[in-house]
Design a protein around this ligand. Structure first.
Ligand SMILES: [Zn+2]
Length: 255
């Protein structure tokens, strides 16, 4: 496959033209290794470091380090839901489906008979895992709208709202959860940009700038819709004052 070899060679040249300080990471995030597993591994390492680091500087108690690390790891694979046939799509939609089933059980446990409740949970699980996943796959473009900082903001807002309104966490922790997911997404975008990661790890993208962008310039209407959904979440967010306190306490340890 001469084309394939030429492609790899071209990308190795592109990679080697990066600044020298990045070279240390090449053996870890090399072209052929940079796939779903790389994304998950890097985000998990980042999650563990942030989870433990935040605990060390008293941003959250030890028990919260686990959900923080999990959210960062999850954010680290989330943008690849806009790719077809990837591990990321299957994993993310299986998690969404499980979340939908658990939420359905919690919301309707008092109102439905056990048999009906079970049927509802099974319907929710299968509906999200297979129907919603298929619809999503049909309409999404890889490295499109979900590879953007706007998507990181939307994901962060969604998690902060869910944590505060649904899981009844205090405002401080709800913001921490939202920031953790957004951070995970940004780790993914940075990794894509730095190493031009393709999902299956056998090809690399020819151009940079497709992952780390504010929004998808090629899909202005979809981006506008995403912005509207993000803005619509604002009334459900935890108080902004808690976010300010959280950020200022975090920054105090850096200065
Ligand atoms: Zn990606």
């Amino acid at each position: 496959m001469p084309l394939f070899r030429a492609d790899i060679a071209r990308q190795l040249i592109v990679l080697s033209s990066h600044s020298a300080h990045n070279l240390d990471f090449y053996p870890v995030c090399g072209v052929l290794m940079a796939n779903f597993r790389t994304h998950l591994s890097v985000a998990t390492v980042a999650g563990v470091l942030v989870g433990l680091g935040g605990q060390q500087i008293s941003l959250w108690p030890a028990v919260e380090a686990v959900p923080i690390a999990v959210l960062i790891a999850f954010g680290g694979i989330l943008p690849d839901i806009d790719s077809d046939n990837s591990h990321a799509v299957r994993l993310v939609f299986t998690l969404f489906a499980a979340l939908a089933a658990v939420s359905g059980a919690l919301l309707f446990q008092e109102r439905l008979e056990p048999g009906m409740l079970l049927a509802l949970c099974a319907t929710l699980f299968l509906g999200v895992r297979y129907v919603l996943s298929a619809v999503f796959k049909h309409f999404s473009v890889h490295r499109g709208i979900w590879h953007s900082l706007l998507a990181a903001l939307l994901g962060g807002f969604l998690v902060a709202c869910a944590s505060y309104q649904f899981f009844l966490q205090d405002a401080w922790m709800a913001w921490a959860h939202g920031l953790a997911l957004a951070l995970g997404v940004m780790v993914h975008l940075l990794l894509d940009e730095c190493y031009s990661v393709d999902l299956v790890g056998i090809r690399v993208k020819r151009s940079f700038g497709t992952a780390l962008k504010f929004f998808d310039y090629h899909q202005p209407l979809n981006s506008l819709l995403m912005l509207l959904v993000t803005s619509a979440l604002i009334p459900w967010l935890p108080p902004w004052s808690a976010l300010m306190q959280f950020v200022s306490q975090g920054l105090r340890y850096w200065s």
